[in-house]
Design a protein around this ligand. Structure first.
Ligand SMILES: Cc1cc2nc3c(=O)[nH]c(=O)nc-3n(C[C@H](O)[C@H](O)[C@H](O)COP(=O)(O)OP(=O)(O)OC[C@H]3O[C@@H](n4cnc5c(N)ncnc54)[C@H](O)[C@@H]3O)c2cc1C
Length: 523
């Protein structure tokens, strides 16, 4: 049994910031990730674009634009708090070695080299800076599978290491910083393992999940055979065109003047337009009219490494699952309704409403990560160490011989197809209901599959979480009978402010289903 004051699950941007803030305020911290420190996260794949107030962009403008993008479902007090905290939080990031450069209404992380994503650069710097932190230990290669509860309070966690051995941690405070779920979908731009594990840990511990129907799709994810399925990183230089199978200009046809504006502010509209055009044949990005000088600069320089002649040929793309707006409710200090359990980063609900404005995820990670680290450290400072009742809890068995890996990978692919077809960009009742029955059959098959050995055990648990996440998306989507932000219901094509300025709330009930209710948006 390991013991610490603050245990943090997830070493993406939010988890790393929480760890540094908690350690610097004197708490003893254990930062845990299934991979290495920082580089297996979505944060490390990100484009390093942080939205926020600047000297040319007021807090009021920032708040208004964020709520406009979120179509009125945002928690206004949290949006305001995030905007107010930008100077202190970005200064803290700079202390850790990452100095953001301000532009008109956003900030950019430094580019290490023009052919490397910014996220990889800043996460490497942050991970290195953690090594110098006193009070902080890092533990990689552990899949956390359960929050340990005692008398209604979170008192630790349990997991499995890469060798299949049980890992138990007793902690005064536990922080969930486990990211989103984009990789549950057949087309996505996320890290492969990001499949809703944090939402599952939270729901199983008893926390409600809010607004799970809102999954954001990024309009331009590569789907050209032979190329990796990654996003085409913005900002796109002048001369970039989006064309349909007949060679027509998609931006002109959908009334979006500029591709970069489409990506940042009208992401839901552009994704829907791309999906509709794709129904008639492949859609492509055409860089053939871009001036030569851009090919040695970020972001096009990254494409030079791929085996495709982007200068001569348009490349096939599709919108892909990118970000989850829904998640866990927490106060500004990251505290959830369960004493001792905190949350930060993409897992949080409230900032983005029905659709996230480009650049606001990283900003929220920095702000919520820092505030949550401080909040968890303060909570831990006031508490006695939990009694080690967990010492007697049933060990998670490790089995030596691997069994079930190929079947699990096939099930993963099937789940991704169900998500894509039934809970994708365009949704309607018939498909959602079909998705529920396909998912139930899939879950039964997963439960029946004999599995042994560490890697299959990890994958089976990931898939259980992914199934739980998808069932939340399907249920919340069925219940919202309108079109708003990233949720496009073709059978209810209008937004209905009279009936639907409400947030959805799902609670996992013991039989494995959800209890759903709707609540008026915070005034
Ligand atoms: C390609 C891409 C580009 C993006 N670009 C931008 C951008 O420029 N600007 C912007 O604002 N947003 C951007 N986003 C969104 C943004 O990057 C993410 O929302 C953000 O990085 C999430 O950070 P996080 O710390 O919450 O989670 P992550 O960075 O995803 O980290 C979560 C960590 O938790 C670990 N973990 C999960 N479950 C467990 C478990 N059970 N046990 C142990 N470890 C676990 C994972 O391994 C991972 O390391 C982008 C997203 C993608 C995919």
């Amino acid at each position: 049994m390991l013991r610490t004051e603050v245990a943090i699950i997830g070493a993406g941007l939010a988890g790393v910031l929480a760890a540094a803030a908690a350690a610097r305020s004197g708490a003893q911290v254990l930062l845990i990730d299934r991979g290495g420190m920082g580089l297996g996260s979505n944060s490390a794949m990100s484009n390093g674009n942080f939205c926020g107030p600047t000297s040319q962009y007021t807090l009021e403008e920032y708040v208004a634009d964020t709520i406009r993008a979120g179509r009125g479902l945002n928690r206004v007090s949290w949006v305001e708090r995030v905007g107010q905290e930008v100077p202190a939080s970005f200064a803290f990031l700079a202390e850790m070695g990452v100095k953001l450069a301000p532009y008109s209404n956003y900030y950019l992380a430094p580019t290490p080299k023009p052919d490397v994503f910014r996220g990889a650069g800043f996460m490497a710097t942050l991970a290195a800076s953690l090594r110098a932190e006193k009070n902080l230990e890092r533990l990689g290669g552990v899949q956390v599978r359960r929050i340990v509860m005692d008398g209604g309070r979170a008192t630790g966690l349990e997991g499995l290491d890469a060798g299949g051995r049980a890992v138990r941690v007793a902690a005064k405070a536990v922080v969930l910083a486990a990211g989103g779920a984009g990789a549950v979908y057949a087309v996505n731009d996320n890290m492969k393992a990001i499949m809703g594990q944090g939402y599952a840990l939270a729901a199983q511990a008893g926390l409600p999940l809010w607004d799970m129907e809102f999954v954001q799709f990024y309009p331009l994810v590569l789907v050209e055979p032979g190329l990796p399925k990654v996003m085409l990183y913005p900002r796109y230089p002048q001369g970039t065109r989006l064309i349909n199978a007949a060679g027509q200009d998609i931006l002109a046809r959908s009334g979006i003047a500029d591709v970069n504006q489409g990506i940042i502010e009208l992401r839901d509209r552009l994704s829907a337009a791309m999906a509709r055009e794709a129904a008639a044949g492949p859609v492509r990005v055409d860089f053939t009219g871009v001036a030569e000088e851009h090919w040695s600069q970020y972001p096009l320089a990254m494409l030079n490494k791929m085996r495709f002649d982007f200068r001569q040929k348009p490349v096939a793309v599709m919108p892909g699952a990118h970000f989850c707006m829904g998640g866990v409710q927490a106060g500004p200090d990251g505290a959830t309704d369960i004493p001792g359990l905190f949350a930060c980063g993409e897992m949080l609900w409230g900032m983005h409403g029905a659709n996230r404005r480009g650049g606001n995820a990283l900003t929220e990670c920095v702000v919520s990560g820092r505030l949550t680290g401080l909040g968890a450290a303060a909570y831990a400072g006031d508490r006695d160490a939990p009694q080690p009742a967990q010492e007697d809890s049933a060990p998670l068995a490790a089995q030596p011989a691997e069994r079930g890996g190929a079947e699990l990978r096939a099930l993963r692919q099937r789940l991704r197809e169900i998500a894509w077809q039934r809970a994708g960009i365009e949704r309607r009742e018939e498909d959602l209901a079909l998705g529920q029955s396909e998912l139930a059959a899939w879950q039964e098959e997963l439960a029946r599959l004999p599995v042994s050995g560490p890697r299959p055990q990890w994958l089976r648990w990931d898939l259980e979480c992914a199934g739980l996440f998808l069932s939340a998306v399907l249920s919340a989507s069925q219940a919202r009978q309108e079109t708003r932000g990233a949720l496009l219901r073709t059978d209810y094509p209008e937004a209905d402010d009279g009936a639907w300025l409400k947030n959805s709330r799902l609670v996992l009930v013991s039989e494995g289903g959800w209890s759903l209710s709707h609540h008026p948006v915070e005034g």
